[in-house]
Design a protein around this ligand. Structure first.
Ligand code: GTP
Length: 306
């Protein structure tokens, strides 16, 4: 690795979500993979993982940081249990690896714009600084200065913070998710010609399930759906009133439909509505530190979409 190493064009998985949801922690867990020891996480001094420089240094800036990861590209159905774990050392396993970048973005509301703008492109891409060859990540596949194509989005959310009904966490998080989904959806209306924009699936990862106060994934899902229903209703400012509908039903005006997430005019939002726009949304629970279901399901979700 040298300072002159250009940008990479590996496919990217974009990591977004509110501040404190555990994005940096997850990045570290996946980066360290087979070298990760959970005792690091239970020792409170190390609870905030220390990551090699680019993550720490760029964290509060607009510049996304990334780690290079690899999933097995083996389609052998007899081996996925071991091969498609982030704990598997792919080099040691001799598996054929598919490399990708996991791109961390700042969760702070004032710094979200960059990631959301990336998702709004017809073919979503993101430019990231070169990944350094660290001791955990000795190879470095930076080749060109092409931006990376975003193949999937991982929206990480703190399921314990969500349980506190007095905090604004649910509304802030739901708004963030709403905006990300709307950016992806808008590509469909904005497209030229009949070609559909590339599908970008979204995983809502309900984190911190090691904490007993955390909401289970099913409740994280229903709470987010209810809050997004409220957000899109509030944003439409009553423009869905009956006098704006003609004989065809919901015909409204183009702008209005453009800013409405999901099925136009539906009462209760459901993530399933996003399938109309070829956007798959799944909610899966897990945890980065502590005892719990862990992060394997998330890793597998990524592996299947890279
Ligand atoms: P921003 O950088 O502000 O966007 O936050 P972030 O999403 O990167 O969060 P970060 O990784 O810094 O994690 C915030 C805190 O949550 C840290 O103290 C982590 O150790 C803790 N944390 C992350 N994952 C888990 C988890 O699964 N369980 C528990 N109990 N704590 C976690």
């Amino acid at each position: 690795y040298t300072a002159a190493t250009p940008y990479t064009s590996l496919p990217a998985v974009l990591l977004i979500g509110p501040s404190g949801s555990g994005k940096t922690a997850l990045l570290t867990l996946f980066e360290r993979g087979p070298f990760y020891h959970n005792k690091d996480a239970t020792n409170s001094d190390n609870a905030k993982p220390s990551v090699s420089t680019p993550v720490a240094e760029t964290h509060t800036t607009q510049v996304p940081s990334a780690v290079e990861l690899a999933v097995s590209s083996s389609s052998d159905p007899t081996s996925p249990a071991t091969i498609s774990s982030y704990r598997t050392d792919l080099d040691a396993a001799g598996a054929q690896a598919k490399k990708f970048l996991l791109v961390d973005t700042p969760g702070h509301p004032k710094l979200r714009g960059h990631a959301l703008a990336s998702l709004a492109q017809d073919t979503p891409t993101i430019s990231v600084p070169p990944t350094p060859a660290s001791s955990f990540n000795p190879s470095n596949s930076n080749e060109t200065n092409q931006p990376s194509k975003i193949k999937a989005v991982l929206f990480l959310i703190d399921a314990a913070a969500l349980a506190d009904s007095d905090s604004p966490y649910l509304s802030t998080a739901a708004e963030h998710l709403h905006d990300a989904l709307l950016a992806l959806q808008r590509r469909h209306r904005a497209r030229k010609g009949s070609r559909a924009p590339p599908a970008v699936p979204v995983l809502v990862a309900a984190n911190k399930l090691d904490l007993f106060t955390a909401l289970p994934a099913a409740l994280v899902k229903s709470n987010l759906e209810a809050e997004i229903s409220r957000i899109r209703r509030a944003r439409s400012k009553g423009l869905l009133s009956s006098d704006r509908q003609d004989a065809d039903g919901l015909d409204g005006d183009e702008d209005e439909a453009d800013g409405w997430l999901g099925s136009y005019g539906s009462e209760k939002f459901s993530f399933k509505e996003m399938l109309e726009f070829d956007i798959e949304v799944e909610v899966l629970g897990g945890n980065v530190v502590g005892e719990g279901p862990g992060a394997e399901k998330w890793w597998r979700w990524i592996a299947e979409r890279i």
